[in-house]
Design a protein around this ligand. Structure first.
Ligand code: BGP
Length: 479
């Protein structure tokens, strides 16, 4: 089966995981720049690593010269973007999802001084995309809040950050309006609850009522999202703005009604709430009840609710890596994206414990299409593997090929089911620094980067077996 005409297929990345050059050409420090590799205690159980508290921030600053900060180095895309985009093009990809780093555009955050070198960098990147007819899909904020937002404003829970984000995002929309049509204002917006540091700049031990602060931060992001949709449509009414969620598809452990209900409630809070709000433009009633039950009192203004109601998204995008299981009673848990999830006896797991569930992608796509009737875009899907570079410079990543084959097959099945999916970008076209575990060894790419966990290596790029497989898949699947 071929994809519908105009289908976007490519790879997804983020600025903090690829760019490097963390203090070059005026860029200021971000929350991602403060995550140090030595924080990894147990790579297969990274809960502790994901949490950033005041002690860790202090430690990072006091020991800056003795620690290694992987996201300061990335994979040096900043200097290597031409070669990387060419490789992406040669794989047959017609889409490239990337993010812009706020701290390159307005490094001081609140002085409105736009950094020309930052703008130039992204313009050069977009020029390369244009040269190869690659459609860029741009995330405006992807886990790299400028550190100053944390220090001076306490992160996204402060309403002042809405204005600062609007200043930044308006510059981005205006400067890159001739290159970009598809925008994603926030990566995995639900991560604000599960990964508070990178998403919202919230330090867990600094909050009296952590959950309340996180939901306030989230509300502020919803307001910013609505405002930026309004601004974007004035710049170009053809712009398409989408939400982006970490999709935590879960099943009830069994058909016991109590478990089914528990699973439904869990899905409402972790997933549906976000779509419901950004698609329908109102806070769902079940969420207001959840706030009440959990002693969460938010500062929500009437005019903010009107903004949210009047400025809704054009499409839904999400990351899909794995699925989980819910039950009222204790069942064993496995690692998953941002959270832990209940173990499913019918599924196998990746090296990092994420459960592999291709059919779950079809279930998710059907469910979201039925529920919202908005075009869907799979913004991330892929598998972390500790790939090895062989002596003959090949990389045998059959497990990745299998993972992609099965998921893309279910994507095609969903389209045949009648679901409107307009694009798919695999995480990632090229190896990047892992977001959650901050290591290089957890590789997702179809292109191998010769670099270890401490940033050592030639940084040369090599095509993995999956690169050739993907190229053929694209050739066979596009018109
Ligand atoms: C998502 C992020 C990405 C990415 C991916 C894989 O949460 O949007 O930035 O990294 O998950 O996660 P990880 O790198 O932790 O394996």
């Amino acid at each position: 089966m071929k994809f519908p005409k105009g289908f976007l297929i490519g790879g997804a990345t983020s600025a903090p995981q690829i760019e490097g050059a963390y203090n070059k050409d005026g860029k200021s420090l971000t929350v991602a720049d403060l995550k140090y590799f030595e924080d990894i205690k147990n790579r297969k159980d990274i809960k502790e690593t994901k949490i950033t508290n005041s002690k860790k921030i202090k430690f990072a600053f006091e020991n800056e010269s003795n620690l290694f900060f992987p996201k300061r180095v990335g994979i040096d895309f900043y200097n290597n973007y031409k070669e990387d985009i060419k490789l992406i093009y040669e794989m047959g990809m017609n889409a490239f999802r990337l993010s812009i780093s706020w701290s390159r555009i307005i490094p001081n955050v609140d002085d409105n001084k736009v950094c020309k070198k930052g703008i130039d960098f992204y313009k050069n990147v977009f020029e390369e995309c244009k040269k190869y007819n690659i459609e860029p899909i741009v995330t405006i904020s992807h886990f790299d809040l400028p550190y100053k937002i944390v220090k001076k404003y306490g992160g996204w829970k402060n309403k002042k950050v809405i204005d600062l984000y609007i200043d930044y995002a308006s510059v981005v929309l205006n400067e890159f309006k001739d290159y970009v049509k598809y925008w994603i204002p926030f990566n995995e917006i639900n991560a604000t609850i599960f990964s508070t540091w990178v998403s919202a700049g919230i330090i867990v031990d600094k909050e009296e009522n952590l959950l309340e602060s996180c939901y306030q931060a989230l509300h502020n992001q919803f307001v910013a999202n609505a405002k930026i949709i309004k601004i974007a449509k004035k710049i170009n009414e053809k712009f398409k703005l989408g939400c982006m969620l970490a999709q935590f598809t879960c099943y009830s452990l069994d058909c016991k009604p109590e478990n089914v209900l528990y699973n439904l409630k869990d899905q409402q809070i972790k997933v549906y709430f976000y779509y419901d709000l950004m698609v329908k433009g109102v806070y769902p009633k079940y969420m207001l009840k959840y706030f009440k039950d959990n002693n969460i009192n938010l500062d929500i203004e009437l005019d903010e609710l009107e903004l949210i109601r009047d400025n809704k998204i054009d499409y839904i995008s999400f990351s899909y890596y794995m699925s989980g299981v819910n039950s009222l009673t204790e069942n064993s848990k496995v690692e998953a994206n941002l959270v832990k999830m209940g173990k499913n006896p019918y599924l196998t797991e990746s090296e990092w414990g994420w459960q592999i569930d291709p059919i779950g992608l079809r279930i998710t796509l059907n469910d979201l299409w039925d529920r919202y009737n908005l075009p869907l875009f799979v913004a991330e899907n892929g598998i972390g593997i500790n790939d090895k570079l062989e002596n003959d410079f090949t990389i045998i990543d059959d497990n990745r090929i299998e993972y992609l084959k099965l998921h893309l097959n279910e994507l095609k099945n969903s389209i045949q089911d009648g679901v409107n999916v307009f694009g798919y970008t695999t995480w990632t076209p090229i190896d990047v620094i892992s977001s959650g575990s901050n290591e290089m060894s957890k590789r997702y790419g179809l292109i191998y980067v010769d670099q270890d966990d401490y940033g050592n290596g030639s940084k040369k790029r090599y095509k993995k077996n999956s690169y050739f497989w993907f190229k053929k898949f694209i050739d066979d699947s596009l018109y």
